[in-house]
Design a binder for this molecule. Structure first.
Ligand code: ADP
Ligand code: ADP
Length: 229
């Protein structure tokens, strides 16, 4: 399961400007849909609405046909995994930070998740400025490494639905490619909504939506959108 639908969703953060003016799309179970569009178009807002951080003013958001308003917060959080652009880590070992995705996971599962995310080299270390009980030195993690910790956490959690907020951040292109590969691995077989900043990074999406001025302005696969300019 895990089909996500937005049906004619309208939303404003406050009484002011309407951010979404009737947005409709579906991410079929196991497929990947990417949302692109200019900064401020409302892409991140869509992901916040899926978690029900805010209530929509009209329309419907459903998971497998069920209105998310009828789903308890804990169930939503269990069903949806998020790899954010900027991950805040706990002041503990990387292994602990990964395990947060599924506290009951075995040590071997934590290590496997770290391996898939390519951070298995330093899971006993801690983020910047902290020391572990065993006295290992703190480790200054780059943005890409932090994102990989978030990926490992999500691999371990293995939720049916994924939201990937791609980094605009200053990752070098080699790191970006690695992260891209890791994200593709984690999204395989899961319902995935990718918040993308550039069309070039979402070649593999089943469908790409262009969000502009609160509406889905265009939709198609990568080749179709490129052909239309
Ligand atoms: P995108 O992800 O496409 O860059 P966002 O979803 O972050 O866009 O933001 C869409 C619009 O909503 C922007 O104009 C932004 O300023 C506004 N916005 C975002 N978060 C809030 C908030 N918490 N309160 C009020 N306005 C917000
Ligand atoms: P309870 O444990 O009180 O039954 P749940 O949080 O398990 O509450 O579920 C509340 C409702 O949401 C139930 O109808 C359940 O079937 C539904 N539900 C639970 N998880 C999901 C999910 N991931 N997607 C869609 N519906 C869900």
């Amino acid at each position: 399961g895990g089909t996500v639908r937005f049906e004619n969703v309208r939303f404003s953060y406050d009484a002011g400007r309407e951010i979404l003016k009737g947005v409709t799309f579906e991410v079929p179970a196991g497929r990947t849909v990417a949302i692109v569009g200019p900064s401020g178009a409302g892409k991140s807002t869509l992901s916040r609405l899926l978690f029900r951080f805010y209530d929509i003013s009209s329309g419907r958001i459903t998971i497998d046909g069920q209105d998310i308003r009828a789903v308890r917060q804990e169930s939503l959080r269990a069903a949806i995994g998020m790899v954010p652009q900027d991950t805040v880590l706990f002041n503990d070992t990387i292994a602990y930070n990964i395990r947060y995705g599924r506290p009951a996971a075995s040590e071997a599962e934590v290590e496997e998740a770290a391996r898939l995310a390519q951070i298995d080299g330093f899971i006993r270390a801690t983020p910047k400025g902290y020391r572990t009980e065993v006295g290992e030195r703190g480790l200054k993690l780059s943005g890409g490494e932090k994102q990989r910790v978030a990926i490992a956490r999500t691999i371990l959690k293995a939720p049916p639905i994924l939201v990937l907020d791609e980094a605009t951040s200053a990752l070098d292109s080699h790191t970006e490619k690695d992260i891209q590969d890791a994200l593709e691995r984690v999204s395989e077989g899961r319902t995935t909504l990718v918040i993308a900043h550039r069309l070039s990074t979402v070649v593999a999406a089943d469908e790409i939506l262009v969000l502009a001025e609160g509406r889905v302005a265009e939709r198609g696969c990568h080749a179709e959108l490129l052909a239309r300019g």
